[in-house]
Design a protein around this ligand. Structure first.
Ligand code: ADP
Ligand code: MG
Length: 360
């Protein structure tokens, strides 16, 4: 009997420890002590890079608040293929130590926290980032009162007899979000697909933004092109008449034009009205193929360097260049955003001072 108990005890420990190591448990404990959550429940999702847990904050008065806690895994292997996102990232130029996986995950969590804060501040539906400690990120829970997370867009079931129209509306909504991400937040999601968008009652929520990069990241435009492809592929499978990748790319990056509803949706409707021959499905497919293989300059400098392209734009042939909007980019934007980030970080550091155990 004692034997049996011992085995079970061991097994229990093995399973819990596999998910939550000592450090992580300490951080969760600290979050409980600080009143960020009062209970951590089971997993909402177990992924390759992170697990997401459901948690609840039971305030003394008033109803309980639900939270989601994302715990990044600290194994080195997982983060190897993420390097392409961090290398060349302006915000990580201070340097990072690849050999230290603990530092790497901390960096990832920080990146997600900052990106999420930008997106949330811009008013784009996403979780509200609540607290960050090392590789553990607490955010608001996107789900119903009973603790069920909203479905991913992939699993969304639309009700009613006008689902075709609803899918199209969601498509337009997501295009608008991509533009706001780019123009207002200065971010390319870089892993955007039906897996990283949650759906509830006609609203799309953007999640999983640790790998999101700023437009000046060497591969930002390549990532954006991939995001656009993923979104188009998904909605085409849902029967939506989609715009070509090139048209969307220009819409997302264009300096001119609205960045708020209802202007955004109206602008997209105008793109439908004004589209020409490429509306024919075959032509659109060819154009998408060409666009997806087109050369994308990696830096603004490269754009400026290609002088003859500049001339072509002046001559009105710019429409076929992937990056024509970049020529109009205002580089100052980024510096301002960086300052905002830094200021907010200072605030949160003050907030941290003098409290709790130092786990770092
Ligand atoms: P991963 O890196 O594992 O893909 P995600 O951020 O995409 O991490 O989260 C994984 C899953 O956890 C999501 O598909 C979603 O179902 C759930 N999830 C993540 N954040 C939240 C949240 N704030 N509220 C509810 N569910 C969430
Ligand atoms: Mg994900």
């Amino acid at each position: 009997k004692a034997e049996e108990e011992r085995t079970r005890d061991k097994a229990d420990r093995a399973t819990t420890e596999q998910v939550l190591d000592q450090r992580t448990r300490m951080i969760l404990l600290q979050m409980i002590n600080r009143g960020i959550v009062s209970e951590v429940h089971g997993t909402i999702s177990t992924g390759k890079e992170a697990n997401v847990y459901h948690a609840v904050l039971q305030a003394d008065d008033g109803p309980a608040v639900q939270r989601a806690i994302k715990v990044y895994k600290t194994s080195i292997m997982v983060f190897k293929d993420r390097e392409r996102y961090i290398a060349g990232e302006y915000r990580f130029q201070k340097g990072y130590d690849k050999s230290n996986s603990r530092k790497m995950v901390k960096l990832w969590a920080e990146k997600e926290f900052r990106n999420m804060r930008r997106i949330y501040t811009a008013g784009i539906p996403c979780p509200e980032p609540v607290h960050l400690k090392l590789h553990v990120l607490a955010m608001s829970f996107l789900g119903d009162r009973r603790g069920w997370a909203y479905p991913r867009l992939r699993d969304a079931v639309l009700a009613g007899d006008d689902t075709d129209q609803q899918w199209r509306t969601l498509y337009v909504q997501l295009l608008g979000i991509m533009r706001r991400l780019y123009r207002v937040c200065r971010l390319v999601h870089a892993d955007l697909s039906e897996y990283n968008v949650l759906y509830n009652e006609g609203t799309l929520y953007i999640i999983d933004v640790s790998q999101s990069v700023e437009p000046d990241h060497p591969r930002a435009l390549e990532f954006l092109r991939m995001d656009i492809k993923n979104v188009g592929d998904f909605f085409r499978r849902k029967g939506v008449d989609t715009l070509t990748d090139r048209v969307i790319f220009d819409f997302v990056t264009s300096v001119e034009g609205p960045t708020e509803e209802p202007g955004l949706s109206e602008a997209i409707e105008r793109l439908y009205e004004t589209r020409g021959d490429e509306a024919a499905a075959d032509d659109a497919e060819v154009d998408n193929e060409v666009f997806r293989n087109q050369y994308i300059p990696q830096t603004l400098q490269q754009v400026y360097d290609i002088e003859k392209d500049g001339q072509r734009i002046e001559q009105g042939e710019g429409g076929k260049l992937v990056y024509k909007n970049l020529l109009a980019e205002n580089v100052v934007d980024k510096k301002e955003q960086q300052q905002e980030d830094d200021e907010e970080d200072d605030e949160s550091e003050e907030d941290e001072s003098g409290s709790g155990a130092d786990l770092s």
